[in-house]
Ligand binder design. Structure first.
Ligand SMILES: Nc1ncnc2c1ncn2[C@@H]1O[C@H](COP(=O)(O)OP(=O)(O)O)[C@@H](O)[C@H]1O
Ligand SMILES: [Mg+2]
Length: 381
C-alpha cells in the first residue's frame, strides 16, 4: 500500500494542519507530512536558536512510504549550510521512520506559490542605515565575559581617535550600558523628536541609546520571537543619530532572536566576538561566530577579555579556526570592575593603564578592519 502526504506550510491560509494532504488514511505512528513538519520545529537553522518552521523556511514537505522530501526556501552564502541542514534534518526524521530524506533548497523568490498576505521575506526590509557608514555588532556566546565593557571602551576609543562614533545598547535582556556609562537616569531624560525618532543621550561625549531606557516594567525575557524582532527593528532604525562613522551595537549574549533581527533590519559591516580565555568560553564563542557567519555578517575578529586570571588563548584559537583576525587581549584587572561600577569607562578613567592601552589597541585593529589605516597611529605605543 502506498500512502502519500504532503504539506505546504506557507501556502496554507488556515495553518499547518489544514495544509496536509493525504492520499490515504494514516495510522497514528505512520510518518506523515504533518509529523515531519512538527519534527522540523525542533531543527534550528545552523548557528541560530530559531527553528526552520517558525523562521518560515519550510516551503514544502512530502512523504511517500517513508521517503521524505523537504523543500526549504532560503539564501545563504555559506556553502556548508545545505549539507548541515540535510544532516540535522535526517537526524530527526530517521527515528520517526524515514527511510530516505531529500532536502532541496530553493531561493525564497522562486517559491511556486504567491506569498501569503502579511508574511514576507524577513530580509526584504533590510536597510542601509543612512546616517552611519558602518554598523558593527559586538556579540558573545555567553553573558558575563565583558562584552558590554569591551563595546563601551571600544566606542570611546574609536571616538578618541577621531571617528564619529555612537553606541546602541541592544541587549534587551540585560541592558548594562546605562550603568557602565553613568547614565542610569536615562529613562527619565530620553525624548522623541517631532518626527517620532528617539533622540540619543550623550555620555562621555558619545551619543548613546539603550533599550533599557524603554523597558519600564515590561520584561522582554518573556517576549516571543516576533515581538523581539519588531522591537529590535524599530529600535535599530528609529534613532535620530547624528552623522556617524561607526555605530557600535552591544548585543545580548547567545544566538537568539536579537542578532537575527538586527541583521535583518540593518546592513552590518561586521561583528566582533568577545570571549574569555577558557576552553568553555571558546566553545560558546564558536557558536556566536558561526551564527554571524550563518547570517552573512563579516567577522571582524575576536577579543579575548579577562586574560591572566582565567588563563589565555581561547581568542587566538577561535580566530584561527574561523580565519578571522585576533583583535587583541584585555587582561583581568580589578580596577576595570570599579571603573564600570563608577560609570567611568577605563579608557576615560585610566587611559594609560595596561587595560586602557589594550582597549585602544583593539579599537585600532577594528578601525583598520573597517578600512581606516591611519587613525591617530602615532598615539598608542
Ligand atoms: N578586563 C576585565 N577585568 C576585570 N573585570 C572585567 C573586565 N572586563 C569586564 N569586567 C567586569 O565583568 C563584569 C561583566 O562585564 P560586562 O561587560 O557587563 O559583561 P557582559 O556584557 O558580557 O555580560 C563587569 O563587572 C565588568 O566590570
Ligand atoms: Mg552586557
Amino acid at each position: 500500500m502506498e500512502s502519500e502526504t504532503s504539506v505546504t506550510p506557507e501556502a496554507s491560509p488556515r495553518g499547518d494542519a489544514s495544509g496536509v494532504t493525504s492520499s490515504s488514511g494514516s495510522l497514528p505512528s505512520e510518518l506523515t507530512a504533518q509529523r515531519v513538519t512538527d519534527a522540523l520545529r525542533a531543527v534550528p537553522y545552523p548557528g541560530l536558536t530559531r527553528d526552520l518552521v517558525s523562521f518560515g523556511m519550510v516551503d514544502h514537505v512530502s512523504v511517500c512510504d517513508g521517503r521524505v522530501k523537504v523543500r526549504l526556501a532560503l539564501i545563504s552564502h555559506d556553502a556548508s549550510i545545505p549539507s548541515r541542514l540535510e544532516s540535522s534534518i535526517t537526524n530527526v526524521l530517521r527515528p520517526l521512520g524515514a527511510t530516505t530524506v531529500a532536502v532541496e533548497i530553493v531561493p525564497p523568490s522562486a517559491a511556486p506559490q504567491p506569498p501569503r498576505r502579511g508574511t514576507s521575506d524577513p530580509w526584504a526590509e533590510q536597510v542601509h542605515l543612512a546616517c552611519a557608514r558602518h554598523v558593527i555588532a559586538v556579540g558573545a556566546g555567553k553573558g558575563g565575559v565583558g562584552k558590554s565593557t569591551v563595546a563601551v571602551n571600544l566606542a570611546l576609543a574609536l571616538a578618541r581617535d577621531g571617528l564619529r562614533t555612537a553606541l546602541l545598547d541592544a541587549d534587551i535582556y540585560g541592558p548594562s550600558l546605562p550603568i557602565l556609562l553613568g547614565i542610569e537616569d536615562g529613562a527619565a531624560r530620553v525624548r522623541m523628536s517631532p518626527d517620532k525618532h528617539i533622540v540619543p543621550l550623550e555620555a562621555h561625549g558619545l551619543p548613546i541609546i539603550s533599550f533599557g531606557f524603554f523597558l519600564g516594567e515590561g520584561s522582554p525575557a518573556v517576549w516571543r520571537g516576533p515581538m523581539v524582532s519588531k522591537a529590535v527593528k524599530q529600535f535599530a532604525r528609529g534613532v535620530a543619530w547624528p552623522d556617524l562613522d561607526v555605530l557600535v551595537v552591544d548585543l545580548p549574549p547567545g544566538t537568539g532572536d536579537v542578532p537575527l533581527s538586527l541583521a535583518q533590519a540593518v546592513v552590518l559591516s561586521g561583528a566582533i566576538v568577545v570571549t574569555q580565555p577558557s576552553r568553555v568560553s571558546a566553545a560558546e564563542a564558536r557558536k556566536a561566530a558561526q551564527m554571524f557567519r550563518s547570517l552573512d555578517v563579516a567577522l571582524l575578529g575576536v577579543v579575548e577579555n579577562m586574560c591572566g586570571a582565567f588563563g589565555r588563548g581561547a581568542g587566538r584559537t577561535v580566530a584561527a579556526e574561523f580565519a578571522m583576525p585576533f583583535l587583541g587581549e584585555i587582561q583581568f584587572d580589578q580596577a576595570v570592575i570599579a571603573d564600570g561600577d563608577a560609570g567611568i569607562p577605563t579608557i576615560v578613567a585610566r587611559p594609560d593603564s595596561a587595560a586602557g592601552v589594550a582597549f585602544a589597541r583593539v579599537a585600532r585593529e577594528v578601525a583598520a578592519a573597517l578600512g581606516w589605516r591611519h587613525v591617530a597611529a602615532a598615539e598608542v605605543p
